[in-house]
Design a protein around this ligand. Structure first.
Ligand code: PLP
Length: 428
């Protein structure tokens, strides 16, 4: 223990920042313990699914070509289905990212004249083009599929009255985003999602309820599929990939809907039968196995950051004490210099590209410069420690991930060190 502070010092953390961090960490013991309990439960859930599905060494073999009877792929899909308590799952490296998985789940289950309803306000940015809220080639709108949206009430809860009005003849699918993503609304607990689904199903029993589960997997002991969701959808370079999956997305849910997804991903008639796993199976299995504890580390980092910055007077969402439904933490630093210093600190703490200094830059799809910090093993992986912030008021950074709590802690201390050195923060 004696050398701990020296180690931090060698990595660039001053005594003052270290001590401040230690003080904050000491207040979080009980919360960290309850996060460990959730991880323990979810670890058992995944292990049980792996054992029941008889995962074996043969699952890790390289499969190429059509991929008929690809043992690893088929077994992995069984493991996902068992873990999430669904009839079926599609878990593929050919699903390139979360947006692709969501576009697939929507496109595969909707037909011309159908309507999609989002009862939780605006969906994630990239879905705007998928749905056709912003015009795009191949959007659902181009195929004659319409979209309706009911915004949340002022206090972030569901507007049941408007939802009731919005569910009609044409409503085929309801899409519910669990995580706030990069908005300021609250993220929803699985229980809240269950209540919303129950309400919608009571209005129209045959409507498909899909949940965008990105950033939410393993944060709680239940998933939206345990409370009535017909499909849950996510990215493997977020929570369920455990930091090891180099690519991929999943959709888990009712057999009929997953079959539609498979027919859309490959071809009508072929479905799940084709799609070789090309050697990624060991990382998919092992990443899923590690995911519960990786998510726990990321959650601890998010809570630590909330408490570190809240105590210094910066607005944080979620706040330091509220319960967590995803791994994203927003910190409003209030100035461009603050956002830049924070991101430079996160970058400097990375295992990869730590010597690189991120700068604000114009990015496609954003209306201001954006600064991004990521020193990841997998490009763009946001289960790894990462942060980004648009350079515009209120000058907030969104921060998430960390494959280990220890790394997340260092990253947050580094960010604070940068802010202290720039004179933006004075420690008590
Ligand atoms: C990340 C994310 C997506 C999109 O995933 P990509 O892998 O970036 O395409 C969609 N919805 C939510 C809530 C997300 O967090």
């Amino acid at each position: 223990m004696l050398d701990m502070q020296m180690m931090y010092k060698e990595l660039g953390i001053s005594e003052k920042v270290y001590s401040y961090g230690q003080e904050i960490e000491a207040t979080l013991k009980e919360r960290f313990e309850s996060i460990d309990k959730v991880a323990e439960y979810n670890q058992l859930k995944v292990l049980h699914a792996m054992q029941e599905s008889r995962v074996s060494e043969g699952c890790f073999h390289y499969a190429s070509g059509y991929g008929y009877s690809d043992q690893g792929r088929d077994t992995l899909e069984e493991v996902y289905a068992k873990t999430f308590h669904t009839e079926s799952a599609l878990v593929r490296p050919q699903i390139t990212c979360g947006t692709h998985a969501l576009a697939l789940a929507l496109g595969a289950n909707l037909r011309p004249e159908d309507e999609v309803l989002s009862p939780v306000g605006k969906p994630y940015d990239t879905l705007e083009e998928v749905i056709g809220i912003r015009a795009s080639k191949g959007s659902l709108a181009e195929y004659g599929i319409s979209y309706r949206q009911v915004d949340l009430l002022e206090d972030g809860t569901f507007d049941y009255e408007k939802i009731k009005e919005a569910v009609g003849e044409k409503t085929k699918l309801v899409t519910i985003q669990r995580s706030k993503g990069y908005q300021t609304r609250p993220s929803f607990s699985v229980t809240q999602i269950g209540q919303l689904i129950a309400f919608v199903k009571q209005l129209k029993p045959d409507v498909i309820c899909m949940v965008d589960n990105c950033y939410g997997e393993f944060v709680e002991t239940i998933e939206p599929s345990d409370v009535g969701a017909d499909m849950i959808v996510g990215s493997l370079i977020k929570n369920p990939g455990g930091g090891l999956a180099p690519i991929g997305g999943y959709i888990a849910g009712k057999k009929e809907y997953i079959e539609n997804c498979a027919y859309r991903l490959t071809a009508p008639g072929l479905g799940k039968e084709v799609g070789a796993s090309l050697g990624v199976m060991q990382s998919f299995f092992q990443g899923f196995f590690l995911a519960p504890t990786v998510v726990a580390g990321a959650l601890k980092g998010a809570i630590f950051a909330a408490n570190v910055y809240e105590r210094l007077g910066f607005p944080v969402i979620p706040n330091g004490t509220e319960s967590r439904h995803d791994i994203i933490q927003a910190v409003t630093l209030g100035s461009p210099e603050g956002v830049i210093a924070f991101c430079k600190g996160i970058q400097a703490a990375a295992p990869v590209d730590s010597y690189v200094s991120p700068e604000p830059w114009a990015m496609p799809g954003y209306d201001s410069d954006v600064i991004m910090a990521a020193g990841a093993f997998v490009q763009g992986s946001s289960i790894e420690l990462s942060a980004d912030g648009p350079i515009k008021p209120p000058y907030a950074v969104y921060f998430q991930g960390g494959l280990t709590w220890e790394h997340a802690k260092l990253g947050i201390l580094m960010s604070l060190e940068q802010l202290v050195q720039k004179g933006i923060v004075t420690l008590p």
